[in-house]
Write a protein that binds this ligand. Sequence first.
Ligand SMILES: C[S@@+](CC[C@H](N)C(=O)[O-])C[C@H]1O[C@@H](n2cnc3c(N)ncnc32)[C@H](O)[C@@H]1O
Length: 273
Amino acid sequence: MAAPSFDAFHDFEHAGWQKAAEQYARTFGTLTAQASGPLLDEVSVRAGARVLDVASGPGYVAGLAAAQGARVIGVDFSPLMVSEARRRYPDVEFREGDAEALPFDDGSFDAAVMSFGMLHLARPEAAIAEAHRVLAAGGRYAFTVWARPDEAVGFGVVLRAIEAHGTTNVGLPEGPPFFRFSEPEACLSALAEAGFERPRVQRLPLIWRLPSADALFQAALCGAVRTSAALQAQTPEALVEIRRAVHDSLQQYADGSTIALPMGVVLASASKP
Ligand SMILES: C[S@@+](CC[C@H](N)C(=O)[O-])C[C@H]1O[C@@H](n2cnc3c(N)ncnc32)[C@H](O)[C@@H]1O
């Protein structure tokens, strides 16, 4: 049976990132940027290497790769994200383009990375196949996704609050499961199916330092796509209860005047033969 195309989901994500671009950089971006170094280490970026940062968002990985001496291009399908990345890293090249149909010739890069993009794609297998296509022989590929909600605690807290006080039946367009690649087996098999060799998966125990409990609620409300849409679809009364439940759950992570939230990450990588 052919894989579902999830076209409506692709358009929903595109519209969502156009809306969330600015808030994302102020919220989740402060966390995802922590994974840029380990991601680039995994593809062994050297000075002069040709590196592609797919779904580059505000450009953290591309910016760091450029600082390490790589010849890097960032590509993202949201024009507002591309503008944000150009503003932050004016010396780095950023282009508009779709991860599922990359605007580059075969064999153009020594390394390709995707930082927290995979879980937003309508067709992740197409994106992995495209990364394989644009890599030269021997090229390295790596991507990060969030671990399951019990390890990426911020997601667990918000999702549990929605289930307890709101509704999960909010009519979002159907897409691939958000936590699909949190399972190492799913990463390993998708990489092998695309023709990569020596796939491996490791975990990064990131900690998200938040200035207040409400910072997580606001990040989830305005800085994401599926989670934000799910929250914005609740009734005002339910939203008040969800917000209170998020605050209550975060008390156990208080660390002085901040919140120190465990946000586990799965880092998958492989080589093109
Ligand atoms: C969670 S953000 C990650 C941004 C950045 N890489 C980071 O680590 O913070 C997801 C990014 O993927 C982009 N994106 C989602 N689907 C895409 C697609 N099909 N093609 C290209 N970019 C896509 C979004 O516009 C957004 O910038």
